[in-house]
Ligand binder design. Structure first.
Ligand SMILES: *Cc1c(COP(=O)(O)O)cnc(C)c1O
Length: 331
């Protein structure tokens, strides 16, 4: 299905699929599993690495020498893009949205920002609410004016090209489950720019699987998040030559666990972080996977997965942000 698309090898694949036995026992619901996309290998791992295998290949095919992208200050996408660019011998110039008015020192300088600097990325801060697409275009124009060949990778690499990484992940997961004689009833993932959930849905439906994917939102309001995922899913299906593969009914999102906003800690996120750490020795992150697991835990407690026997939590990475949130987490 994916052979005809250019791809650079960046990720350690397949990522493991592991049982979360102590967490499952504690919660008393379905058997919980974790798909370890925090272990994709590049620059401490995470979901963007799968997308960048396709997004960077597209940039290279187009003769780019400089990757332009954007994200919040503590963006995991920016960190993985900076590392991928370094590895491909490309320059990397990024727009970082200062999402908090008065960030602490750890948030400004530690976690992902420290790693962005190690990878040699050029960092350009902009205030909250900046149009990031326009800011990336401006940076691209600047790069071109200086004789460079810029290529813009959108926020979260959530283009049809980037989402192919999660089409691939869906096929990988189906193979893994089949080899283990495991019947998965439900996938749960954090959803932000939408490419992860969209790619999963396209990959599953293309493979003839009707497995449901629940996206737990981390910032946008419900209707906006649904629209984001649906738009990337439509584009990706079309790109694959399978238009209309994902229906409106397939796009299931719950934005009830965001709390105060993107990147703002919640008590349920903190609890989920501690449960994963203390029951499973598993590190989550405060912005995405902590809130997503909080949603999963709440749903298990409410009986929200019905008679599902096996639920897979997609771990999308992000643990470097723990250090940026050191003074905002209760341990
Ligand atoms: C980017 C990111 C997500 C969200 O993935 P999208 O494809 O943007 O929806 C989830 N978890 C982590 C840790 C991320 O960095």
């Amino acid at each position: 299905m994916l052979e005809r698309f250019p791809r650079v090898k960046l990720a350690h694949l397949p990522t493991p699929l592991e049982a979360l036995d102590r967490l499952s026992e504690e919660l008393g619901g379905p058997r919980l599993w974790v798909k370890r996309d925090d272990c994709t290998g590049l620059a401490t791992g995470g979901n963007k690495t799968r997308k960048l295998e396709f997004a960077l290949a597209e940039a290279i095919e187009n003769g780019a020498d400089t990757i332009i992208t954007a994200g919040a200050v503590q963006s995991n996408h920016v960190r993985q893009t900076a590392a991928a660019a370094a590895r491909a011998g490309l320059a990397c110039s990024v727009v970082l949205e200062q999402v908090f008015p008065t960030p602490g020192k750890a948030y400004r300088d530690s976690g992902n920002v420290l790693l962005d600097r190690l990878f040699g990325a050029g960092l350009h801060e902009c205030p909250a609410g900046t149009n990031l697409d326009e800011a990336m275009q401006a940076l691209a124009a600047e790069t071109a004016a200086a004789g460079g060949k810029p290529w813009v990778v959108p926020v979260g690499a959530s283009s049809a090209t980037g989402a192919l990484g999660y089409v691939n992940a869906a096929l990988e997961l189906l193979d893994q489950a089949a080899a283990m004689d495991l019947v998965i009833d439900q996938i749960v993932t954090a959803t932000g720019s939408g490419g992860t959930q969209a790619g999963l849905l396209v990959g599953l439906r293309a493979a003839g699987s009707d497995l449901p994917v629940l996206g737990i939102g981390v910032g946008s309001p419900q209707a906006e998040q649904v629209a984001k995922v649906a738009a990337v899913a439509d584009e990706t299906a079309e790109f694959l030559g399978r238009p209309g593969l994902v229906t409106a009914a397939d796009v299931v999102v719950d934005c009830g666990y965001v709390g105060g906003g993107y990147g703002q800690p919640t008590a349920a996120m903190n609890d989920a972080l501690l449960m994963a750490a203390r029951l499973e020795g598993l590190l989550l992150d405060p912005v995405y996977t902590g809130k997503a697991l909080a949603g999963l835990i709440d749903r298990v407690r409410q009986g929200g997965f019905g008679d599902a026997a096996n639920v897979v939590f997609l771990h999308t990475g992000g643990s470097p942000a723990l250090f940026a949130y050191a003074d905002q987490l209760t341990t």
